[in-house]
Ligand binder design. Structure first.
Ligand SMILES: [Mg+2]
Length: 207
């Protein structure tokens, strides 16, 4: 094994309530007074947008959210959201120790379906960015599960020398296996078909 590739959300950092607070703050900052329901609708549209495009662009993303929610959010909404979400991360000693251990043996990469800048900001804040050789967001790469999203890694390594670690069977594990990588599924489910872990620290026993 030469390279370990991670997903970020719900794999290394939990997707927590801070995101909706960040969204609320951005909307407040833009003096947009939406109801709780509308804010939730916008939050859901943000999650859903990745299923409709090959790559992430600020323009498509904003257009999708505006159309889905019948709102007229301005361009600066996206920039403000990217900034606000950089604060959404937390320190987890076990994750830090595991990444430190892995980075001494392998190259570590991130493939994520969100803005590179936001994800780097969150990793930095969590003290984890220094362990990564490179972070590939969907704005500079492709959205998973498109197999093209994994090709950036295959330009550097043989698939068999790579292991992908993620929480989504559909977006992480199946496409990684499809391109010939090894894959470890972070899940609370039991599986006979896939290699699984319940916590990130278990990687120290496997890799
Ligand atoms: Mg995830």
């Amino acid at each position: 094994m030469k390279a370990v590739i991670f997903d970020l959300d719900n794999t290394l950092i939990d997707w927590k309530d801070e995101f909706i607070f960040a969204l609320e703050n951005v909307l407040k900052d833009l003096k947009l007074n939406f109801s709780k329901e509308k804010i939730e609708e916008i939050n859901n549209a943000i999650d859903e947008s990745e299923n409709h495009y090959e790559k992430l662009t600020k323009e498509d993303f904003l257009d999708f959210v505006n159309r889905m929610c019948k709102v007229d959010l301005p361009k600066e909404f996206v920039d403000k959201l990217i900034e606000a979400q950089k604060e959404c991360s937390y320190q987890d000693k076990e994750v830090t120790e595991t990444l430190k251990y892995l980075s001494e043996k392998y190259k570590i990469y991130l493939i994520t379906n969100w803005f590179t800048e936001t994800q780097e900001g969150r990793l930095k804040r969590a003290g984890l960015l220094k362990y990564f050789t490179k972070v590939y967001g969907a704005d500079i790469n492709y959205y998973k599960p498109n197999l093209k999203a994994f090709e950036v890694i295959l330009k550097m390594y043989d698939a068999k020398d790579c292991v992908y670690v993620g929480d989504s069977l559909k977006k992480d594990i199946l496409p990684a296996l499809n391109v010939g990588m090894n894959a470890i599924w972070k899940t609370t489910e039991e599986s006979d078909s896939y290699q699984t872990i319940k916590t990130i620290k278990e990687l120290k026993n496997i890799l």
